[in-house]
Design a binder for this molecule. Sequence first.
Ligand SMILES: NC(=O)c1ccc[n+]([C@@H]2O[C@H](COP(=O)([O-])OP(=O)(O)OC[C@H]3O[C@@H](n4cnc5c(N)ncnc54)[C@H](OP(=O)(O)O)[C@@H]3O)[C@@H](O)[C@H]2O)c1
Length: 329
Amino acid sequence: MKAVLCRAFGPPETLVVESVGPPALEPGTVRIAVAAVGVNFPDLLLIEGKYQVRPPFPFSPGLECAGTVTELGPGVTAPRPGTRVMTFLSHGCMAEEVVAPADCVTPIPDAVPFDTAAAFPVVYGTSYHALVARAALAAGEVLLVTGASGGVGLSAVEIGKRMGATVIAAAGSDEKLALAREHGADHLVNYRSEDMRERVKALTDGRGADVIYDPVGGDVFDTAMRCIAWNGRLLVIGFASGRIAEAKTNIVLLKEISVVGVAWGAFAKRDPAANQAYFATLLRWYEKGAVRPRISRRLPLDDAVVALEGFRDRSVVGKQVLLVGAAGG
Ligand SMILES: NC(=O)c1ccc[n+]([C@@H]2O[C@H](COP(=O)([O-])OP(=O)(O)OC[C@H]3O[C@@H](n4cnc5c(N)ncnc54)[C@H](OP(=O)(O)O)[C@@H]3O)[C@@H](O)[C@H]2O)c1
């Protein structure tokens, strides 16, 4: 089968596409013929050796995919071969076939196309876990989302609106903010041209945001600490800016805020049943139109490099998907 391979840590252009043997079917797993792969910022971190996971070489990046079940491993009775599914792994999805633990495989409704399903698990799983389980966002609260046009950011805007929050989207350009508006944001802040702290204070009568969802880190996190409300929850999602910020504990004390870590992938592996319940809710929301994965670019598997460079130059909005086999040409 064809797979994107990382043979040594390095930039996207060091990846190669090669023919390799199919992955082994272990007890408790299912084999999936991949139709589409979702691309995520952590794929870039993974191939550069900057991620918490460091697989042995050679490995394929790719955290999520959608396709059709072709074979069941020992001890597995469902989902049956022929079932259309989505799944997530620690790596390995940029390939024509994957083998995934059966409890991390989710059947998808006929109405969900493969490219949409491939773009679904990581961003919606992360944002649902963050806003529902970690922050307990309540209807009527104010949610500030930074990096709001990116993969996880845009999903947080949608889920925040679905939960009844007032959503302030913050991003680095007016074009990116327009996308956040299309996906439901109530207020927009351009943190390259505006003072985010002042704008959030002005929009909240001086109170600040109740919940802040921050996948950017660095200076954006530092500013977020200064526009959070009394008893607020600051969700640490990621560090796309490249700097891991440090929380000022004097602000934590003075405003009785919580700085809350979010590690959706690790959570989903610890508690697959809870994660399947998240996806059941999220797929219902999809069918009602409350969440609408925004696929900004579809590329063949061979062009994984192009997709990953989009994260490096900060040009990506929404999600990018690699199409595999006949779909990818
Ligand atoms: N905690 C979890 O469970 C979890 C799960 C998935 C992803 N993540 C993390 O979340 C972060 C975002 O992932 P993603 O897939 O949503 O990425 P993405 O689509 O590239 O979004 C990241 C956003 O960060 C902003 N940004 C600011 N400075 C940047 C820089 N120097 N380079 C690139 N982007 C920059 C960009 O928006 P502006 O240009 O508007 O600033 C961009 O839209 C990553 O750190 C990832 O590892 C965490």
